[in-house]
Design a protein around this ligand. Structure first.
Ligand code: PHE
Length: 453
């Protein structure tokens, strides 16, 4: 059990805030043209993400076991179809897939601690910073080394048990991370291109909206909030009954969104001030941030600290990615946590090699279309599995659980609150997912043309 409401907020925020906010959000915003993407992402967080996150915490706290066993227990207890348990299984798989590439990018952050600390970026130009990153990507052995190290750290933390290690770690990491992001933001504001960065992120251009942006914004909303695969459900199992789910979830979602927006507002001015390409892809963070710290006094020190914090934020998220599977295996087989952690970690590590090679040796190997192994794993796990998982979680919470559970868990005893919940979890959230999937299948241009008559 978490020791307080605040501890759960920190742990869930530790899960939510990670590479998704600092690495992924800026780079996919860049790839998808900025403003329109950001707006859709915000709408997805508010209308789809928050209700689904509430549903996850509620289900987790009601079942008080790992997601698979929680779903089993709740379906049995309330005589529901056993098919719902698939939510739990799909979540384990999604967590495994996501961790496989997450650990590779976490390794990049590790590597950049050293790269900054040794002063390699002091006074560097944009093309030097880009060159350094490209050289790193071109070396599979080096990437494999850092990937392995990241996985070893994660496995050794989860092997020891979540609550103790996580609580102490998060108490320090989160506040410090905010401080350094604020420093970076300060640099962005004074870099001379803040207005351009701001306009890029918030100028909404309906014509710039593409199906891909729509689809990616939805998937990213799930990814960044850690929902749709049971991580938050697993953490919800440790939440004391007295905690208000609604307030807590809103706090976490706001915190997560603020971190992402601040990261974007810090990074895009650097992009424009240095004539870099906003849509350059996964390297965006690793080119812009060293560049900025390279210009600042004590930049090597602060830059290294920044990547330490990014690494720690990645670790706390990675831990939560394993929790559904870990908790299940421990419950089911009464196995030792440490042994399960090693087995899981090894499997993920092996799969992660595919992502490592996607940036060099296998860059021309395409699983489908133009997708590398990394693109494919990323796409299947977060663009397909998380939204579908979330869709069913919302439906389960809205329609399969009896009223009494809603009353106990959300404190919804009156008809108005209950109706509101039904609208959000039973209608808005699932519909949001379905509409985005449908529009993507039909093609946004066709939809726009249809609306235009
Ligand atoms: N939310 C984490 C991030 O933004 C990633 C994550 C996804 C963690 C799914 C757990 C579950 O980095």
């Amino acid at each position: 059990m978490w020791s307080s409401r605040w501890m759960f907020v920190l742990a869930a925020a530790g899960s939510a805030v990670g590479l998704g906010n600092i690495w992924r959000f800026p780079y996919i915003t860049g790839e998808n043209g900025g403003g329109a993407f950001v707006l859709i992402y915000l709408v997805c967080i508010a209308l789809v993400g928050i209700p689904i996150m509430m549903a996850e915490v509620m289900i987790g706290r009601e079942g008080r076991q790992s997601p698979v066993n929680t779903m089993r227990a709740l379906t049995q207890q309330h005589h529901r179809h056993r098919g719902w348990v698939l939510i739990g299984w799909a979540g384990l798989l999604a967590g495994f897939l996501i961790l496989s590439f997450y650990a590779v990018i976490g390794g990049w952050a590790f590597k950049y601690i050293l790269s900054l600390a040794d002063g390699g970026f002091t006074g560097a130009t944009a093309s030097q910073a880009t060159g350094t990153f490209e050289a790193f990507l071109a070396s599979p052995w080096e990437m494999l080394f850092w990937h392995t190290l990241f996985m070893v750290v994660v496995v050794s933390v989860i092997g020891r048990g979540v609550v103790k290690g996580l609580e102490t770690a998060i108490r320090w990491i989160m506040p410090l991370l905010f401080v350094l992001l604020a420093v970076l933001l300060g640099y962005g504001v004074t870099s001379g291109a803040f207005g351009q960065g701001l306009a890029f992120m918030f100028r909404f251009d309906w014509d710039a909206l593409t199906d891909r942006a729509l689809f990616e914004a939805l998937g990213h909303a799930f990814f960044t909030l850690s929902i749709g695969m049971g991580a938050i459900m697993a953490y919800g199992a440790y939440v004391p009954s007295s905690v208000s789910i609604t307030n807590t979830v809103i706090t976490i979602a706001v915190l997560d969104t603020v971190v992402a927006l601040v990261a974007g507002l810090a990074i895009f001015p650097i992009v424009f001030a240095n004539g870099l390409e906003p849509g350059q892809g996964p390297g965006l963070l690793f080119v812009t941030v060293p560049l900025a710290f390279g210009q600042l006094p004590l930049g090597a020190l602060f830059g290294a600290v920044f990547f330490i914090l990014v690494s720690l934020a990645a670790i706390t998220s990675a831990i939560s990615l394993t929790e559904p599977a870990l908790a299940y295996l421990v419950e089911e087989y009464n196995a030792k946590r440490s042994r399960v952690a090693v087995t899981l970690g090894t499997g993920c590590w092996l799969l992660g090699i595919g992502t490592v090679l996607s940036f060099n040796e296998w860059a021309e190997f395409h699983v489908v279309g133009s997708m590398t192994v990394f693109d494919f794993v990323d796409y299947v796990s977060q663009n397909l599995m998380l939204p579908l998982g979330g869709l069913f979680i919302a439906l389960f919470a809205a329609f399969a659980l009896p009223k009494s559970v809603l009353g106990n868990q959300l404190g919804l005893t009156g008809p108005v609150g209950r109706k509101l919940w039904l609208v959000l979890a039973g209608v808005t959230a699932p519909l949001g997912v379905l509409v985005v999937f449908l529009v993507t299948i039909i093609g946004l241009d066709n939809v726009k043309a249809w609306f235009a008559g």
